[in-house]
Design a protein around this ligand. Structure first.
Ligand code: NAD
Ligand code: TDX
Length: 342
C-alpha cells in the first residue's frame, strides 16, 4: 500500500505521517510538499531515513510534476492536506489560496483519474459552514449544514469541496471529505492562536487577542484528527462527507488565560487588538455521523492536550525559534505592528 500525503511538512500532515508510519509499518508513505513558509523539512527529520518514507519537494499545482510522480509511484490512496491555511493571510492576499486550495486539488484529482481511479481523500474544514451565533448553543454544524463561507480561505476550501463532490458524481472518482474543527498540538505554526500565544508568552511579549476575545472555536488534539482520517480512508463510504470535532468549544480569551496560567505568566500580557475582518463568531461540530458509522471518538481531553502541547513547545524551542527568526518577523510586523515587549 502506497499513500501520498500532500502538505506533509506542515502541522497536521506531519502529525499524520508520524501516526501512519508508526501504525502501518508495511505501508509506503510519499510526502509531497512545496515547502512554503508553513512547511518545514526539519519537522520530518525523524522519519527521513525510513526505507518506507520518501519526501518529494513539489507544488501540487505543477501538473507535469504531479503526473510524473503518480506514474512513478502508483499510489493506492491520496490524502490532500496541502493548502494555504491561515485566514489572516487570505484576507491580505487571496490569490495564492485560490491557486493551491482549488487548482491544486483539481490537479491531484485529475492525476487520480489518469492513473487508475485512485482513492482520494480531501482534508477540509468546519469553516466551510460559516459561523453560528454565540447565543444559540443548541446549534451545531452537521454534514447537511449549507456551505456559507466568510473568508477567502474558507471560500477556497469550500470551492475545493464542491469540486471533489463533482469529480465523484461526474467521473466516479472514489472520494471522501473530512471537515474538522480547529486542531492544536505539536508542530503547529506559530502564526495560529495557540502556538502564537505560547511562543509570545515564553518570550514575555504581549498576547494579541482580536476584538473582545469572545469568539468560540471547537478545539481538537491533532492526533485525534489523524485517527479520524485513518478510519475514513480505510472504512469510510465513498462519496461521503464526515465532520470531525470533539465538542470542545472555548472562547479565545479563555484559551489565552489557560496558557498564561500553565506557563506562570501574568494575564496583564493580554492585549485586545483590532478585530479580524469578517471574523466568524462560533464554530461547533456535530460529530454524530463519524461516531455512529465509524466508531470514532476523541481520546485526548483539552486539559491533557494543552499540557502536552505546551510541554512540546518548551522541549522544542529550536524548532519554533528557527521559524520566528526568519521571514516570520516581517509577517508579524505587518499583522501586529510593533507590539511592545514587556
Ligand atoms: P499548514 O499551513 O501547517 O501546512 C500546509 C502545508 O502544505 C505546508 O507544509 C506547505 O508547505 C504545504 N503546501 C502549501 N501549498 C502547497 C502546494 N501548492 N503544493 C504542495 N504543498 C503545499 O496547514 P495545517 O494546519 O497542517 O492544515 C492542513 C490541512 O488541514 C489544510 O488543508 C487545512 O485547510 C486543513 N484544516 C486545518 C485545520 C487546523 O486547525 N489547522 C482544521 C481543519 C482543517
Ligand atoms: O493573534 C491572534 N489573535 C486572535 O484572537 C490570532 C492568530 C487569532 N486570534 C483568534 C481568531 C480566531 O477566532 O483566535 C481564533 C483562532 O484563530 P486561528 O488560530 O487563526 O484559527 P482559525 O481562524 O479559527 O482557523 C483555523 O481553524 C480552521 C485554521 O487556521 C484553519 O486552517 C482551519 O481550517
Amino acid at each position: 500500500m502506497t499513500i501520498f500525503v500532500t502538505g506533509g511538512a506542515g502541522f497536521i500532515g506531519s502529525n499524520f505521517i508520524f501516526y501512519m508510519l508508526k501504525k502501518y509499518q508495511s505501508y509506503k508513505i510519499v510526502c509531497i510538499d512545496k515547502l512554503t513558509y508553513a512547511g518545514n523539512l526539519s519537522t520530518l527529520e525523524p522519519v527521513m531515513n525510513y526505507s518506507n518514507f520518501r519526501f518529494v519537494k513539489l507544488d501540487i499545482c505543477d501538473r507535469k510534476g504531479v503526473y510524473e510522480l503518480f506514474e512513478e509511484e502508483q499510489p493506492d490512496i491520496v490524502v490532500n492536506f496541502a493548502a494555504e491555511s491561515h485566514v489572516d493571510r487570505s484576507i491580505k492576499n487571496p490569490e495564492i489560496f485560490l491557486q493551491t486550495n482549488i487548482i491544486g486539488t483539481a490537479i491531484l484529482m485529475d492525476a487520480c483519474r489518469k492513473y487508475g481511479n485512485i482513492r482520494y481523500h480531501q482534508v477540509s474544514t468546519d469553516e466551510v459552514y460559516g459561523d453560528l451565533p454565540l447565543d444559540r448553543t443548541d446549534l451545531f454544524f452537521t454534514e447537511n449544514t449549507p456551505i456559507h463561507t466568510s473568508s477567502p480561505y474558507s471560500s477556497s476550501k469550500a470551492s475545493a469541496d464542491l469540486l471533489v463532490l463533482a469529480y465523484y458524481k461526474t467521473y466516479g472518482l472514489p472520494v471522501t471529505i473530512s471537515r474538522c474543527s480547529n486542531n492544536y498540538g505539536p508542530y503547529h505554526f506559530p502564526e495560529k492562536l495557540i502556538p502564537l500565544m505560547i511562543v509570545n508568552a515564553l518570550n514575555n511579549k504581549l498576547l494579541p487577542v482580536y476584538g473582545e476575545g469572545i469568539n468560540v472555536r471547537d478545539w481538537l488534539y491533532v492526533e485525534d484528527h489523524c485517527k479520524a482520517i485513518d478510519l475514513i480512508i480505510h472504512s469510510g463510504i465513498i462519496g461521503e462527507v464526515y465532520n470531525i470535532g470533539g465538542h470542545n468549544e472555548m472562547k479565545n480569551i479563555d484559551i489565552v488565560k489557560i496558557i498564561c496560567k500553565e506557563l506562570g505568566k501574568p494575564e496583564s500580557l493580554i492585549t485586545f487588538v483590532e478585530d479580524r475582518r469578517g471574523h466568524d463568531m462560533r464554530y461547533a461540530i456535530d460529530p454524530t455521523k463519524i461516531y455512529t458509522e465509524l466508531g470514532w471518538l476523541p481520546e485526548t481531553t483539552f486539559a491533557e492536550g494543552i499540557r502536552k502541547t505546551i510541554q512540546w513547545y518548551l522541549d522544542n524551542q529550536e524548532w519554533w525559534e528557527d521559524i520566528i527568526s526568519g521571514e516570520y518577523q516581517n509577517y508579524y510586523k505587518k499583522m501586529y505592528g510593533n507590539l511592545e515587549e514587556v
